[in-house]
Design a binder for this molecule. Sequence first.
Ligand code: BV8
Length: 238
Amino acid sequence: MLEGLMAEIGRIVILTGAGISAESGIDTFRSAGGLWEQHRVEDVATPEGFARNPNLVLNFYDMRRAALANVAPNPAHSALARLEREFSGELLLVTQNVDDLHERGGSARVLHMHGELKSALCTACEMRSPWHTTMIDRPPCPVCRAPTLRPDVVWFGEMPYEMGRIYRALETCDLFVSIGTSGAVYPAAGFVQEARANGARTLELNLEPSEGSRCFHETRHGPASVLVPQWVEEVLDA
Ligand code: BV8
């Protein structure tokens, strides 16, 4: 369906979710045995949960941050980095993921709308700093020295980052591609409707039908490590 259209594609917005990192060995949220089966969302991914039990939350993110050392980007991450290098039009890569696999796969411009494991947010001075170790020991904020760091991750009930920039890109893109996300969480799950409302073509690459599949012009089902390199080849050969 998209074959003939590829040549007219000048602006692409891509949204990725946990599924693009699954083959790298990072648990998704909603699969069997996934992150949310091991922990209640309300306990580890809300401001209320953090206020109630900060050690549980700091440890949850310390473990996930440490686990990044044991995983590597997969061909899907590398293919998106190739697209960034070789695509002659405009590309915005938005990820819901807090891992660093897009960057380690070679993508230089990544918009982490839900924050990053390798960033710390100080609740005293509100400054963000790169962070690679643990927070359970209440280390001092690199800026104001107060022992008030939290994971720089957007929890439920908090506003995702750079929403204005994302909506402006959705209003002007020719193609919106959703990769490896269940379409379960808003506002990200609503991006496909925003793109369609502005006349963009929409494509979903996912292991199985997502909650939003019916909103896409085209859906392809399979592992991201196979579908994403194939699709990038199509775009660059157009
Ligand atoms: C906000 C960071 C407002 C933390 C995350 C409208 C309707 C209903 C509810 C709401 C609404 N608007 C807002 C809400 C509330 C809420 C929400 O959406 N709740 C849901 C549960 C109904 N949203 C929010 O609270 C958001 N904030 O709206 O603020 C506001 C307004 C004014 C002022 C202040 C605030 C914030 C949401 C962000 C929460 N943080 N993550 C962390 O990582 O620990 S959410 C987390 O789940 C992820 O970041 C991601 O965004 C989300 C969805 O996860 P996925 O990435 O899709 O992963 P999942 O496991 O679900 O699916 C994986 C998919 O991959 C599957 O489809 C699978 O088939 C596929 N897959 C698996 N393997 C592969 C594969 N695909 C390809 N290849 C493979 N190999």
